[in-house]
Design a protein around this ligand. Structure first.
Ligand SMILES: Cc1cc2nc3c(=O)[nH]c(=O)nc-3n(C[C@H](O)[C@H](O)[C@H](O)COP(=O)(O)O)c2cc1C
Length: 308
């Protein structure tokens, strides 16, 4: 493995450094693939990140085919050979790296003495919904790569709670600009800024709701205190049904606010509902569009306040 502080040197060709990105997950909405896409977007002009999509096509490694592999294996070896460096993002499967990623590394590792990974700078990162961020799987991948002879970089990135880290466009939520000031400071003159909206439909038990002012007011106060909360619009659509639009500065604020409010939701609001609330939609809205839509969406009273 490389020493701490080791850096990849620029290619002698003078062109951008070609970095081959390999996601260890085949899943369509893979967080690891999103992580590599985010890396592409953040890369400096001196680096060209190329996403490799051939993992699924690789056959299972067979030593009998080692010297006469099929086209998918040739393509893998050639892609690695052409790259100045590799960036691998791996999920964790049962405390280790995914089988198909290990399979790809096994194919790339032969013939052992002259394999395309020998001396190749490789960084391993990973993402997982768990708090560990696939750290164990990354460690195993580094061990395998070191055994193959790659120049394994010390760079580490274990993206924990991956399901909360990307916005609806697949961008890292931390990179999403937060155009609105925190709760309570919203500037009504601010033009063309975006907010994150969550739409829910609820059916209330009218008999209980009539006596529910204190519970609703308490919940509203908790809601208003959440960082990034920008207010809500509640539309009564009759028959005890309401559609609530809750607005947040960013998707991350919305996720954090909902998590924080869930225990209070269960205690204060769910006893008033005649059925579970349903998520209707979520996504970015343009603040100026809302401002233009006029006063029909006035501040809701306590009796129309909503769930997170
Ligand atoms: C077979 C299997 C085993 C898994 N084992 C683990 C595990 O050991 N640790 C963990 O944090 N997540 C585990 N997961 C959950 C994955 O981290 C999660 O599905 C993740 O989103 C996969 O990465 P991706 O989003 O890039 O596809 C496992 C998932 C599968 C399908």
């Amino acid at each position: 493995m490389s020493q701490p502080g080791h850096e990849i040197t620029a290619p002698q060709s003078g062109g951008p450094m070609r970095v081959l990105c390999i996601s260890g997950s085949l899943r369509r909405d893979s967080y690891n693939r999103k992580l590599l896409s985010a890396a592409s977007g953040l890369a400096p002009p001196t680096a060209e990140l190329v996403q490799w999509g051939g993992l699924k096509a690789l056959p299972p490694f067979d030593e009998d085919d080692e010297h006469t592999p099929g086209p998918a294996v040739f393509a893998l070896r050639e892609a690695i050979a052409r790259a100045d460096a590799l960036l691998i993002a791996t999920p964790q499967y049962n405390a280790s790296l995914p089988g198909q990623l290990k399979n790809a590394l096994d194919w790339a590792s032969r013939p052992y003495e002259t394999n395309v990974l020998r001396g190749k700078p490789v960084a391993v990162i990973g993402a997982s919904p768990s708090p560990s961020g696939a750290a164990r799987s990354q460690a195993e991948a580094r061990t395998v790569l070191a055994a193959i002879g790659a120049d394994v970089l010390d760079t580490q990135l274990a993206l924990a709670r991956a399901h909360e880290q990307f916005d609806s466009y697949g961008q890292l939520a931390a990179d999403t600009p937060s155009p609105r000031p925190p709760s309570g400071d919203a500037n009504p003159n601010q033009e063309d800024s975006s907010m994150y909206a969550i739409l829910r439909r609820n059916s209330y038990d009218a008999t209980k709701l009539a006596h529910a002012e204190p519970a609703l007011a308490e919940f509203q106060a908790m809601h208003a205190a959440q960082p990034g909360y920008c207010g809500s619009i509640v539309v009564d659509i009759g028959d005890g049904q309401r559609v609530a639009v809750n607005l947040w500065a960013t998707e991350r604020d919305a996720a954090a606010g909902q998590t924080a409010l869930v225990p209070h939701l269960r205690r204060l609001l769910e006893p008033l509902m005649s059925g579970p609330s349903q998520l209707v939609g979520a996504g970015e809205v343009v603040a100026s569009d809302l401002a233009r839509s006029g006063p029909t969406t006035d501040q809701p009273s306590a009796t129309t306040q909503e769930q997170p």
